[in-house]
Design a protein around this ligand. Sequence first.
Ligand code: ARG
Length: 465
Amino acid sequence: MSSPSNGKLWAGRFSKAVDSRVNDFNSSIRFDSRMYAEDIDGSIAHAAMLQSKGILSKDEGERLIAALLELKQEMAEGKVVPPEDAEDIHTFVEAVLTERLGDAGKRLHTARSRNDQVATDLRLYLKRHVPRVSAALAELVETLWVRAEEHADTLMPGYTHLQRAQPISFGHHLMAYAFMFLRDMGRIRDALTRMDESPLGAGALAGTTYPIDRHQTAAALGFAAPAGNSLDAVSDRDFCLELLSAFSILMMHLSRFAEEIVLWSSWEFRFIELDDAFATGSSIMPQKKNPDVAELVRGKSGRVFGSLMALLTVMKGLPLAYNKDMQEDKEAIFDALDTVLLCLSAFTPMVATMRVNAAAMEQACAKGFLNATDCADYLVSKGLPFRDAYKITGQMVSFCIERNTELSALSLAELRRFSPLFDNDVYDAIEMRACLDRRQSFGGPAKESVLRQVQTARKELKNYR
Ligand code: ARG
Protein backbone atom coordinates (compact mmCIF):
# COMPACT_ATOMS: atom_id res chain seq x y z
CA MET A 1 0.00 0.00 0.00
CA SER A 2 1.39 3.39 -0.90
CA SER A 3 0.89 6.54 1.16
CA PRO A 4 0.58 10.13 -0.15
CA SER A 5 4.17 10.85 0.67
CA ASN A 6 5.00 13.91 -1.45
CA GLY A 7 8.46 12.45 -1.37
CA LYS A 8 8.93 12.30 2.40
CA LEU A 9 11.08 9.45 3.72
CA TRP A 10 9.02 9.31 6.89
CA ALA A 11 5.61 9.26 5.16
CA GLY A 12 4.62 5.74 6.29
CA ARG A 13 2.31 6.64 9.16
CA PHE A 14 0.74 9.67 7.47
CA SER A 15 -2.50 9.67 5.53
CA LYS A 16 -2.07 13.15 4.03
CA ALA A 17 0.75 14.95 2.29
CA VAL A 18 2.32 17.72 4.32
CA ASP A 19 0.85 21.17 3.69
CA SER A 20 3.12 23.13 1.36
CA ARG A 21 3.30 25.97 3.89
CA VAL A 22 4.50 23.57 6.55
CA ASN A 23 6.96 22.12 4.09
CA ASP A 24 8.49 25.57 3.47
CA PHE A 25 8.46 26.40 7.14
CA ASN A 26 10.03 23.11 8.17
CA SER A 27 12.68 22.89 5.50
CA SER A 28 16.33 23.62 6.30
CA ILE A 29 17.74 22.90 2.85
CA ARG A 30 18.40 26.63 2.18
CA PHE A 31 21.09 26.69 4.82
CA ASP A 32 22.10 23.08 5.51
CA SER A 33 23.01 22.11 1.95
CA ARG A 34 26.37 23.77 2.64
CA MET A 35 27.11 20.66 4.72
CA TYR A 36 26.63 18.33 1.75
CA ALA A 37 30.25 17.13 1.74
CA GLU A 38 30.17 16.40 5.46
CA ASP A 39 26.81 14.63 5.15
CA ILE A 40 28.15 12.45 2.36
CA ASP A 41 31.44 11.74 4.17
CA GLY A 42 29.43 10.72 7.24
CA SER A 43 27.34 8.38 5.09
CA ILE A 44 30.45 6.87 3.53
CA ALA A 45 31.95 6.17 6.98
CA HIS A 46 28.63 4.73 8.13
CA ALA A 47 28.23 2.51 5.03
CA ALA A 48 31.81 1.24 5.29
CA MET A 49 31.27 0.37 8.95
CA LEU A 50 27.93 -1.38 8.26
CA GLN A 51 29.63 -3.38 5.55
CA SER A 52 32.62 -4.37 7.70
CA LYS A 53 30.22 -5.51 10.43
CA GLY A 54 28.26 -7.62 7.96
CA ILE A 55 25.14 -5.46 8.40
CA LEU A 56 25.35 -4.57 4.71
CA SER A 57 26.60 -7.00 2.08
CA LYS A 58 29.96 -6.30 0.45
CA ASP A 59 28.24 -5.50 -2.83
CA GLU A 60 25.72 -3.12 -1.27
CA GLY A 61 28.41 -1.35 0.70
CA GLU A 62 30.59 -0.89 -2.36
CA ARG A 63 27.73 0.38 -4.52
CA LEU A 64 26.63 2.78 -1.81
CA ILE A 65 30.10 4.21 -1.35
CA ALA A 66 30.68 4.58 -5.09
CA ALA A 67 27.32 6.35 -5.49
CA LEU A 68 28.04 8.64 -2.53
CA LEU A 69 31.43 9.62 -3.97
CA GLU A 70 29.84 10.27 -7.33
CA LEU A 71 27.12 12.44 -5.80
CA LYS A 72 29.70 14.41 -3.83
CA GLN A 73 31.57 15.15 -7.04
CA GLU A 74 28.38 16.14 -8.84
CA MET A 75 27.37 18.47 -6.04
CA ALA A 76 30.84 20.01 -5.92
CA GLU A 77 30.59 20.74 -9.63
CA GLY A 78 27.07 22.13 -9.27
CA LYS A 79 25.64 19.38 -11.50
CA VAL A 80 23.29 18.28 -8.76
CA VAL A 81 21.58 20.99 -6.73
CA PRO A 82 18.98 20.15 -4.07
CA PRO A 83 15.52 21.49 -4.99
CA GLU A 84 14.10 24.28 -2.83
CA ASP A 85 11.32 22.06 -1.54
CA ALA A 86 13.68 19.36 -0.24
CA GLU A 87 13.36 18.87 3.52
CA ASP A 88 17.03 18.92 4.44
CA ILE A 89 20.43 17.76 3.19
CA HIS A 90 20.21 14.41 4.98
CA THR A 91 16.93 13.35 3.39
CA PHE A 92 18.01 14.76 0.04
CA VAL A 93 21.18 12.64 -0.11
CA GLU A 94 19.30 9.52 0.94
CA ALA A 95 16.57 10.17 -1.63
CA VAL A 96 19.11 10.52 -4.45
CA LEU A 97 20.80 7.27 -3.43
CA THR A 98 17.51 5.44 -3.28
CA GLU A 99 16.56 6.76 -6.70
CA ARG A 100 19.88 5.62 -8.12
CA LEU A 101 20.43 2.32 -6.27
CA GLY A 102 17.00 1.13 -5.17
CA ASP A 103 17.19 -1.18 -2.14
CA ALA A 104 20.86 -0.53 -1.39
CA GLY A 105 20.03 3.17 -1.00
CA LYS A 106 17.17 2.31 1.32
CA ARG A 107 19.51 0.32 3.55
CA LEU A 108 21.88 3.23 4.24
CA HIS A 109 19.82 4.54 7.16
CA THR A 110 20.14 1.25 9.07
CA ALA A 111 21.40 1.93 12.63
CA ARG A 112 21.41 5.69 12.39
CA SER A 113 19.04 8.65 12.67
CA ARG A 114 18.98 12.17 11.33
CA ASN A 115 19.60 13.22 14.92
CA ASP A 116 23.09 11.71 15.09
CA GLN A 117 23.63 12.61 11.44
CA VAL A 118 22.96 16.33 11.85
CA ALA A 119 25.09 16.53 15.00
CA THR A 120 27.93 14.75 13.19
CA ASP A 121 27.66 16.84 10.03
CA LEU A 122 27.70 20.11 11.93
CA ARG A 123 30.71 19.18 14.06
CA LEU A 124 32.55 17.97 11.00
CA TYR A 125 31.70 21.15 9.08
CA LEU A 126 32.95 23.35 11.91
CA LYS A 127 36.10 21.25 12.37
CA ARG A 128 36.87 21.86 8.71
CA HIS A 129 35.89 25.51 8.35
CA VAL A 130 36.62 27.20 11.68
CA PRO A 131 40.41 26.86 11.13
CA ARG A 132 39.89 29.51 8.41
CA VAL A 133 39.12 31.95 11.23
CA SER A 134 42.32 30.97 13.02
CA ALA A 135 44.31 31.48 9.81
CA ALA A 136 42.74 34.91 9.30
CA LEU A 137 43.54 35.81 12.91
CA ALA A 138 47.13 34.67 12.45
CA GLU A 139 47.40 37.03 9.50
CA LEU A 140 46.05 39.90 11.59
CA VAL A 141 48.49 39.18 14.44
CA GLU A 142 51.39 39.08 11.98
CA THR A 143 50.26 42.39 10.48
CA LEU A 144 50.08 43.90 13.94
CA TRP A 145 53.61 42.92 14.89
CA VAL A 146 55.01 44.17 11.60
CA ARG A 147 53.39 47.56 12.24
CA ALA A 148 54.41 47.44 15.90
CA GLU A 149 58.05 46.92 14.95
CA GLU A 150 57.81 49.92 12.61
CA HIS A 151 56.40 52.01 15.43
CA ALA A 152 58.13 50.55 18.49
CA ASP A 153 59.27 54.05 19.47
CA THR A 154 56.56 56.21 17.92
CA LEU A 155 55.47 58.34 20.83
CA MET A 156 51.72 58.41 21.43
CA PRO A 157 49.41 59.47 24.25
CA GLY A 158 48.02 56.57 26.26
CA TYR A 159 44.49 57.17 27.54
CA THR A 160 42.20 56.17 30.36
CA HIS A 161 38.59 57.43 30.24
CA LEU A 162 39.67 58.80 26.84
CA GLN A 163 41.68 61.39 28.81
CA ARG A 164 45.40 61.71 28.10
CA ALA A 165 47.14 59.68 30.76
CA GLN A 166 50.77 58.61 30.20
CA PRO A 167 53.05 58.36 27.18
CA ILE A 168 53.15 55.04 25.34
CA SER A 169 54.29 54.00 21.88
CA PHE A 170 52.04 53.19 18.97
CA GLY A 171 53.77 49.81 18.76
CA HIS A 172 52.79 49.14 22.37
CA HIS A 173 49.17 49.97 21.60
CA LEU A 174 49.11 47.64 18.57
CA MET A 175 50.68 44.78 20.53
CA ALA A 176 47.89 45.07 23.09
CA TYR A 177 45.49 44.00 20.33
CA ALA A 178 47.90 41.32 19.08
CA PHE A 179 47.74 39.61 22.49
CA MET A 180 43.94 39.83 22.53
CA PHE A 181 43.70 38.18 19.13
CA LEU A 182 46.16 35.47 20.21
CA ARG A 183 43.85 34.65 23.11
CA ASP A 184 40.94 34.54 20.66
CA MET A 185 42.89 31.94 18.70
CA GLY A 186 43.41 30.00 21.92
CA ARG A 187 39.68 30.04 22.71
CA ILE A 188 38.85 28.78 19.22
CA ARG A 189 41.45 26.04 19.47
CA ASP A 190 40.09 24.96 22.87
CA ALA A 191 36.54 24.83 21.54
CA LEU A 192 37.63 22.74 18.54
CA THR A 193 39.50 20.34 20.83
CA ARG A 194 36.49 19.87 23.10
CA MET A 195 34.06 19.28 20.24
CA ASP A 196 36.26 16.64 18.62
CA GLU A 197 33.89 13.73 19.39
CA SER A 198 31.71 11.86 16.94
CA PRO A 199 27.96 11.59 17.62
CA LEU A 200 27.53 9.09 14.75
CA GLY A 201 25.94 5.85 15.95
CA ALA A 202 24.12 7.53 18.83
CA GLY A 203 21.01 6.89 16.73
CA ALA A 204 17.90 8.90 17.48
CA LEU A 205 18.88 9.01 21.17
CA ALA A 206 19.20 5.47 22.50
CA GLY A 207 21.98 3.93 20.44
CA THR A 208 21.08 0.83 18.46
CA THR A 209 20.72 -2.92 18.73
CA TYR A 210 22.89 -3.50 15.66
CA PRO A 211 26.50 -4.50 16.35
CA ILE A 212 27.92 -1.19 15.09
CA ASP A 213 31.44 0.12 15.72
CA ARG A 214 31.34 3.78 16.67
CA HIS A 215 35.12 3.89 17.14
CA GLN A 216 35.54 2.91 13.52
CA THR A 217 33.27 5.66 12.17
CA ALA A 218 34.76 8.24 14.54
CA ALA A 219 38.28 7.39 13.32
CA ALA A 220 37.23 7.31 9.67
CA LEU A 221 35.83 10.84 9.99
CA GLY A 222 38.91 12.12 11.82
CA PHE A 223 37.30 12.56 15.23
CA ALA A 224 39.42 11.89 18.31
CA ALA A 225 36.77 9.57 19.78
CA PRO A 226 33.06 8.69 19.71
CA ALA A 227 30.90 10.77 22.08
CA GLY A 228 30.49 8.85 25.33
CA ASN A 229 26.72 9.09 25.86
CA SER A 230 24.21 8.65 23.06
CA LEU A 231 21.67 11.01 24.64
CA ASP A 232 24.23 13.77 25.14
CA ALA A 233 25.62 13.22 21.65
CA VAL A 234 22.35 14.18 19.94
CA SER A 235 21.03 16.67 22.52
CA ASP A 236 23.65 19.31 23.09
CA ARG A 237 24.80 22.20 20.98
CA ASP A 238 27.35 23.50 23.46
CA PHE A 239 30.03 23.21 20.77
CA CYS A 240 28.18 25.85 18.73
CA LEU A 241 27.73 28.00 21.82
CA GLU A 242 31.41 27.82 22.71
CA LEU A 243 32.38 28.89 19.22
CA LEU A 244 29.76 31.64 19.25
CA SER A 245 31.19 32.86 22.57
CA ALA A 246 34.72 32.83 21.19
CA PHE A 247 33.52 34.62 18.03
CA SER A 248 31.62 37.17 20.12
CA ILE A 249 34.69 37.98 22.21
CA LEU A 250 36.75 38.21 19.04
CA MET A 251 34.18 40.61 17.51
CA MET A 252 34.21 42.66 20.71
CA HIS A 253 37.99 43.02 20.34
CA LEU A 254 37.71 43.89 16.66
CA SER A 255 34.96 46.38 17.44
CA ARG A 256 37.06 48.23 20.04
CA PHE A 257 39.94 48.38 17.62
CA ALA A 258 37.53 49.59 14.93
CA GLU A 259 36.28 52.30 17.27
CA GLU A 260 39.85 53.51 17.83
CA ILE A 261 40.48 53.55 14.09
CA VAL A 262 37.38 55.71 13.66
CA LEU A 263 38.66 58.08 16.36
CA TRP A 264 42.25 58.13 15.13
CA SER A 265 41.26 58.91 11.55
CA SER A 266 39.11 61.90 12.60
CA TRP A 267 40.42 65.46 12.19
CA GLU A 268 40.28 65.76 15.98
CA PHE A 269 43.01 63.11 16.30
CA ARG A 270 44.63 62.73 12.86
CA PHE A 271 46.80 59.89 14.26
CA ILE A 272 46.28 57.76 11.17
CA GLU A 273 45.08 58.09 7.63
CA LEU A 274 43.36 55.16 5.99
CA ASP A 275 44.54 54.14 2.57
CA ASP A 276 42.18 55.37 -0.15
CA ALA A 277 41.42 51.76 -1.06
CA PHE A 278 40.10 51.13 2.47
CA ALA A 279 37.95 54.23 2.93
CA THR A 280 34.86 55.61 1.23
CA GLY A 281 33.57 59.02 0.22
CA SER A 282 30.40 60.96 0.83
CA SER A 283 27.76 61.48 -1.84
CA ILE A 284 27.42 65.17 -0.95
CA MET A 285 30.46 66.35 1.06
CA PRO A 286 33.45 66.35 -1.29
CA GLN A 287 36.02 66.55 1.52
CA LYS A 288 34.92 63.38 3.30
CA LYS A 289 36.93 60.21 3.69
CA ASN A 290 34.95 57.84 5.86
CA PRO A 291 36.21 54.83 7.83
CA ASP A 292 33.34 52.60 6.66
CA VAL A 293 35.24 49.33 7.06
CA ALA A 294 35.92 50.03 10.72
CA GLU A 295 32.35 51.17 11.32
CA LEU A 296 30.86 48.14 9.62
CA VAL A 297 33.06 45.80 11.65
CA ARG A 298 31.91 47.61 14.79
CA GLY A 299 28.31 47.27 13.62
CA LYS A 300 28.56 43.62 12.63
CA SER A 301 29.66 42.66 16.13
CA GLY A 302 25.96 43.03 16.99
CA ARG A 303 24.81 40.19 14.79
CA VAL A 304 27.42 37.80 16.18
CA PHE A 305 26.45 38.64 19.78
CA GLY A 306 22.83 38.22 18.64
CA SER A 307 23.50 34.72 17.33
CA LEU A 308 25.03 33.72 20.66
CA MET A 309 21.99 35.05 22.55
CA ALA A 310 19.59 33.46 20.07
CA LEU A 311 21.06 29.98 20.42
CA LEU A 312 21.41 30.19 24.19
CA THR A 313 17.73 31.07 24.32
CA VAL A 314 16.77 28.28 21.91
CA MET A 315 18.58 25.68 24.02
CA LYS A 316 17.78 26.70 27.56
CA GLY A 317 14.36 25.09 27.94
CA LEU A 318 14.66 22.00 25.76
CA PRO A 319 14.05 18.58 27.28
CA LEU A 320 16.49 15.89 26.08
CA ALA A 321 17.00 14.72 23.41
CA TYR A 322 16.51 16.28 19.93
CA ASN A 323 13.83 18.93 19.41
CA LYS A 324 13.15 20.69 16.14
CA ASP A 325 13.99 24.02 17.80
CA MET A 326 17.60 22.93 17.42
CA GLN A 327 17.44 23.38 13.66
CA GLU A 328 17.97 27.07 14.51
CA ASP A 329 21.58 26.27 15.47
CA LYS A 330 22.87 26.29 11.92
CA GLU A 331 21.83 29.75 10.75
CA ALA A 332 23.25 31.18 13.98
CA ILE A 333 26.65 29.53 13.74
CA PHE A 334 26.96 29.85 9.95
CA ASP A 335 26.11 33.54 9.98
CA ALA A 336 28.59 34.16 12.81
CA LEU A 337 31.31 32.20 10.99
CA ASP A 338 30.67 34.07 7.72
CA THR A 339 30.56 37.43 9.50
CA VAL A 340 33.82 36.89 11.38
CA LEU A 341 35.60 35.81 8.19
CA LEU A 342 34.17 38.74 6.24
CA CYS A 343 35.21 41.26 8.89
CA LEU A 344 38.74 39.91 9.17
CA SER A 345 39.19 39.84 5.39
CA ALA A 346 38.69 43.63 5.19
CA PHE A 347 40.09 44.63 8.57
CA THR A 348 43.59 43.15 8.27
CA PRO A 349 44.58 44.85 4.99
CA MET A 350 43.09 48.10 6.32
CA VAL A 351 45.48 47.91 9.28
CA ALA A 352 48.36 46.86 7.02
CA THR A 353 47.91 49.88 4.74
CA MET A 354 46.94 52.70 7.12
CA ARG A 355 49.44 55.56 7.29
CA VAL A 356 50.61 56.54 10.72
CA ASN A 357 51.00 60.23 11.49
CA ALA A 358 53.80 60.07 14.05
CA ALA A 359 54.10 63.86 14.18
CA ALA A 360 50.43 64.26 15.17
CA MET A 361 50.77 61.61 17.86
CA GLU A 362 53.88 63.27 19.26
CA GLN A 363 52.21 66.67 19.14
CA ALA A 364 49.24 65.29 21.06
CA CYS A 365 51.68 64.27 23.80
CA ALA A 366 52.74 67.89 24.29
CA LYS A 367 49.41 68.86 25.86
CA GLY A 368 47.52 67.11 28.62
CA PHE A 369 50.24 66.59 31.27
CA LEU A 370 51.13 63.05 30.24
CA ASN A 371 54.38 63.55 32.20
CA ALA A 372 52.66 64.44 35.49
CA THR A 373 53.28 60.97 36.95
CA ASP A 374 56.93 61.27 35.91
CA CYS A 375 57.15 64.66 37.61
CA ALA A 376 55.84 63.11 40.83
CA ASP A 377 58.26 60.22 40.37
CA TYR A 378 61.09 62.79 40.06
CA LEU A 379 60.21 64.22 43.49
CA VAL A 380 60.06 60.69 44.88
CA SER A 381 63.58 60.11 43.54
CA LYS A 382 64.62 63.17 45.56
CA GLY A 383 63.26 61.59 48.73
CA LEU A 384 59.64 62.75 48.94
CA PRO A 385 56.93 60.14 49.77
CA PHE A 386 54.81 59.42 46.66
CA ARG A 387 51.54 60.76 48.14
CA ASP A 388 53.14 64.15 48.87
CA ALA A 389 54.79 64.23 45.46
CA TYR A 390 51.42 63.42 43.88
CA LYS A 391 49.73 66.32 45.70
CA ILE A 392 52.41 68.86 44.79
CA THR A 393 52.32 67.82 41.13
CA GLY A 394 48.54 68.19 41.17
CA GLN A 395 48.91 71.77 42.36
CA MET A 396 51.48 72.41 39.64
CA VAL A 397 49.08 71.03 37.00
CA SER A 398 46.28 73.31 38.08
CA PHE A 399 48.74 76.27 38.10
CA CYS A 400 49.69 75.40 34.51
CA ILE A 401 46.06 75.00 33.39
CA GLU A 402 45.28 78.52 34.67
CA ARG A 403 48.20 79.95 32.72
CA ASN A 404 47.64 77.73 29.70
CA THR A 405 51.14 76.31 29.90
CA GLU A 406 52.92 73.00 30.46
CA LEU A 407 55.03 71.58 33.30
CA SER A 408 58.17 71.63 31.18
CA ALA A 409 57.66 75.35 30.41
CA LEU A 410 57.90 76.40 34.06
CA SER A 411 61.15 78.10 35.11
CA LEU A 412 63.26 76.58 37.88
CA ALA A 413 62.24 79.48 40.15
CA GLU A 414 58.56 78.74 39.51
CA LEU A 415 59.12 75.04 40.10
CA ARG A 416 60.89 75.70 43.39
CA ARG A 417 57.88 77.60 44.68
CA PHE A 418 56.16 74.19 44.70
CA SER A 419 59.10 72.23 46.07
CA PRO A 420 62.73 73.08 46.86
CA LEU A 421 63.65 69.60 45.67
CA PHE A 422 63.39 70.67 42.01
CA ASP A 423 66.67 71.04 40.18
CA ASN A 424 67.83 71.52 36.61
CA ASP A 425 67.74 67.75 35.94
CA VAL A 426 63.93 67.82 36.19
CA TYR A 427 63.65 69.00 32.56
CA ASP A 428 65.32 65.83 31.30
CA ALA A 429 63.24 63.75 33.66
CA ILE A 430 59.90 65.04 32.35
CA GLU A 431 60.83 65.28 28.69
CA MET A 432 58.14 63.20 26.97
CA ARG A 433 60.35 60.83 25.02
CA ALA A 434 62.48 60.20 28.11
CA CYS A 435 59.28 59.36 29.99
CA LEU A 436 58.51 56.72 27.36
CA ASP A 437 62.08 55.36 27.19
CA ARG A 438 62.21 54.82 30.94
CA ARG A 439 59.02 52.72 30.98
CA GLN A 440 61.03 49.54 30.62
CA SER A 441 59.11 47.36 33.07
CA PHE A 442 58.08 43.95 31.71
CA GLY A 443 55.25 44.42 29.21
CA GLY A 444 55.72 48.20 29.16
CA PRO A 445 55.77 50.65 26.23
CA ALA A 446 59.53 51.33 25.86
CA LYS A 447 61.02 50.30 22.53
CA GLU A 448 62.97 47.27 23.81
CA SER A 449 59.91 46.03 25.66
CA VAL A 450 57.71 46.34 22.57
CA LEU A 451 60.26 44.39 20.52
CA ARG A 452 60.29 41.70 23.23
CA GLN A 453 56.50 41.53 23.02
CA VAL A 454 56.77 40.92 19.30
CA GLN A 455 59.09 37.99 20.00
CA THR A 456 56.66 36.59 22.57
CA ALA A 457 53.77 36.91 20.10
CA ARG A 458 55.82 35.14 17.41
CA LYS A 459 56.44 32.23 19.78
CA GLU A 460 52.80 32.05 20.86
CA LEU A 461 51.53 32.08 17.32
CA LYS A 462 53.70 29.04 16.54
CA ASN A 463 51.83 27.12 19.26
CA TYR A 464 48.58 27.72 17.43
CA ARG A 465 49.84 26.40 14.13
N1 ARG B 1 17.03 19.48 9.57
C1 ARG B 1 17.12 18.97 10.91
C2 ARG B 1 17.99 19.92 11.76
O1 ARG B 1 18.68 20.68 11.17
C3 ARG B 1 17.75 17.62 10.91
C4 ARG B 1 17.40 16.77 12.08
C5 ARG B 1 16.00 16.35 11.98
N2 ARG B 1 15.67 15.39 12.98
C6 ARG B 1 14.40 15.18 13.31
N3 ARG B 1 14.20 14.28 14.22
N4 ARG B 1 13.44 15.85 12.75
O2 ARG B 1 17.96 19.91 12.95
